[in-house]
Design a protein around this ligand. Structure first.
Ligand code: C6P
Length: 415
């Protein structure tokens, strides 16, 4: 069990005071215990306020107007792009493309890079623990172009079977696309090793960082990864905004994804020329307030410190796993604590995962139940659904303990 002293990496009580939504009761006397940050994180007041201030004092479209508010909005939007670049260690702000979410970022790569570079028979390597967002776009491309999808297997422990990777790489895949952290099991995958091995055979690499970027520091330049996708809403930022990091050289060579305003340099009746990177991929009016909100979220994460957040989230996960192991009939999905963080999916003998979540809800505990948009990995373990608790910087050890007490109540009900 994690020692209480180690859990003092963060001043969680101070952090909690920054998140207005956490200070509520789901019914009189029953405080909210929010354990669903894997689905979406809560937002600190600084993010809410910056977006409120934007709409109250400055709302104007960007890259268009020459008046003061428009210039300020453009400056703030581009400044936030710089913050994102710095946060993930990108070499230049222009390597950051704003999309609607991580899902759209993968689709952008599949549609633009994939359509241009993949042909019949080409191999794309994924993993069996991917979220549907990193499976379905490639299946759609496979149907269109005849590419072959191969998967790094997940072993019985819930880890990637790295012994299978050399064999898959012998097929000379054009792309290796993999999650850095399972949204179900919390498994942390060896991204440095996979990226290095994939690059040795000349494959382009894409990391799905939707779950990892909020919890673990990353440096894309040091890793040498080609693409990284993630969502603002899981890292304290607003919904409706995703990020695609792409190495400049690749983005430059890729055709646009969507056509329209802002992504062009010149339009004539029968042809157009494209704007420079990253604007080439940001057609139409973007999510301006949301981008500025994400900038504030990154300021918040940086002020707390990503190393401290990573340590806190890991220790809370470890504590949850220790406590879950005490509960008879609970089966926790995936590897032991040393290989995972932030997400703990489980089943309880004799109770359907949705019923577990519903009874936990009565105790104030918000968790997610279902297949978590990762059906293949559930199928692999022969379960259609799990209940998932996920942890973030504002969660406490006491909340984890309350969650465990609530599971005992579920057990009482289901005998
Ligand atoms: N997982 C969960 O509860 P979007 O929805 O586009 O912001 O993120 C998609 C996505 C991609 N990859 C991984 C690893 C993810 O976990 C998610 C989103 C949420 O697990 C919603 S299904």
């Amino acid at each position: 069990m994690a020692s209480p002293s180690k859990l003092q990496h963060l001043n969680v009580e101070k952090i909690r005071a920054d998140f207005p939504v956490l200070d509520q009761e789901v019914r009189p006397g029953v405080p909210l215990v929010y354990l669903d940050s894997g689905a979406t994180s809560q937002k600190p007041a600084s993010v809410i306020e910056v977006m409120d201030r934007y709409y109250r004092t400055q709302n104007a479209n960007i890259h268009r107007g020459v008046y003061k508010m428009a210039e300020q909005s453009t400056e703030d939007y581009e400044m936030a792009r710089g913050k994102v670049a710095q946060f993930i260690g990108a070499a230049k702000p222009k390597e950051i493309v704003f999309t609607r979410n991580a899902t759209e970022s993968v689709n952008l790569v599949a549609y633009s890079w994939g359509r241009g570079n993949l042909n019949k028979g080409d191999v794309v390597v994924l993993t069996e623990m991917e979220h549907h967002a990193n499976i379905v776009p490639w299946q759609m491309l496979a149907a269109e172009k005849g590419i072959r999808l191969e998967y790094i297997p997940v072993n019985d422990e819930g880890l990637l079977d790295m012994d299978a990777l050399p064999g898959l790489l012998e097929m000379k895949p054009k792309l290796v696309s993999y999650t850095a952290m399972s949204n179900v099991m919390g498994t942390i995958t060896p991204i440095a090793e996979i990226t290095r091995m994939a690059k040795e055979v000349g494959a382009v690499t894409l990391i799905d960082g939707a779950q990892s970027v909020p919890h673990l520091p990353i440096n894309v330049t040091e890793l040498g990864v080609d693409f990284l996708v993630f969502s603002s809403h899981k890292m304290l930022g607003p919904t409706g905004l995703g990020v695609l990091y792409g190495r400049e050289e690749l983005l430059e060579a890729m055709p646009p994804f969507l056509g329209g305003g802002d992504m062009i340099k010149r339009v004539q009746l029968h042809e157009f020329s494209t704007n420079s990177v990253p604007h080439k991929f940001e057609a139409g009016t973007p999510a301006i307030a949301e981008v500025i909100g994400l900038g504030a979220a990154i300021d918040y994460l940086n002020a707390v410190g990503m190393d401290a957040i990573a340590a806190h989230d890991h220790e809370l996960t470890e504590h949850a796993l220790d406590r879950l192991a005490e509960v008879p009939g609970v089966w926790v999905f995936g590897p032991s604590a040393e290989h995972k963080s932030s997400n703990a999916a489980f089943t309880l003998k004799g109770a359907h995962p949705h019923d577990v979540a519903e009874i936990l809800n009565r105790e104030g505990v918000a968790v997610r139940a279902g297949h978590h948009c990762a059906m293949p990995v559930h199928e692999k373990f022969g379960v259609p659904a799990t209940t998932r608790a996920s942890f973030y910087l504002y969660n406490t050890k006491a909340e984890v303990d309350h969650f465990i007490e609530a599971i005992y109540k579920v057990k009482e009900i289901f005998g």
